[in-house]
Design a protein around this ligand. Sequence first.
Ligand code: ZN
Length: 360
Amino acid sequence: MKAKRKEILKLSERLIKVKSVSSNYKGLKAVLAEVEKEVDKFFVKSFSKSKSPSLLVYSSASLPKKFKVILNAHLDVVPGRPQQFKPKVNKGRLYGRGAYDMKAAAAVEILVFKELAKKLPYPIGLQLVTDEEVGGFAGTKHQIEKGVRADFVIAGEPTDLEINNAAKGIIWAKVYATGVSAHGAYPWLGENAILIINKFLDELLKIYPVPRSEVWSTTVNVASIQTENTSYNTVPDKAFVLLDIRYIPDDKEKVLEDLKSLAKKYKLDLEIVLKEPEHFTPKTDPNIFLLQKATTKIRGRKSRIVVKHGGSDIRHYNAVGCEGITFGPVGAGHHTEEEWVDIQSLEDFYLILKEYLLSL
Ligand SMILES: [Zn+2]
């Protein structure tokens, strides 16, 4: 295992050294070039959309219609200090931008794929994308649009070796109110559009109150209330509000119904600016069971099943009926100046994936 630990570290460090910030096209190409050197004994299909290159690696001569498993990883990172692109090992931790989110996990996925892809009795894919930090539309989603499918997808995002099977969906809505303008000294002659918005918000927030602490519930963020009116002595007849709604999978239909019925009640115009699907794979999925079994064997403890408030690329798979989870190593500080991953957990991640893939 010592040799494997070294191999994982070496490849992780190689990937961290490349400045593959999502907006740096050269860096994105360079980091994928590192991967291509690793998987030169396999078939590699290249994709590209909106300056976000991505790869799909597989072992059969022709591209399978549907993989049994896809190991998905993103190699783009958020910006970091220059020193963060010089990986460092200290007291069992690997430090660097992307160490935890998620270049070291990608290195593990690459190495597991290399070891097993030709031995497994079913098709397995290795999917490497470079735009997860900016939505995954030109990477994972683009490959899905081109027909890539799998029974089960594992994205090695930071989860401290717990299994993340669900994440919230997003709705951004712009809601317009129309009232009646009047002189500010005679407000009873008009109908104030801002006050209409207030009533609407009162009712909406009664259904979806702002939680006092972290709970698994749908939340509504009132991002902005605006009117074109700038004069003190005018009753505004037009106003709108911007809403950022994060809905749990169970509320998927209900949120839109509530918005629509309140819009009708207060005669509001509803514009859905963005709708991003939720991530949900049932806890009863046999792949989750097998992963938990593998984790118990390697770590001596069963992985918990956890939910996440922010989404991942798995939501793009869920949207076309493919199941998936995020599952990756232990660490801390992703998107901060002190990002690290636990090296022992990388070894365990490797062994768990191997155990799971061989048990399928
Ligand atoms: Zn990530």
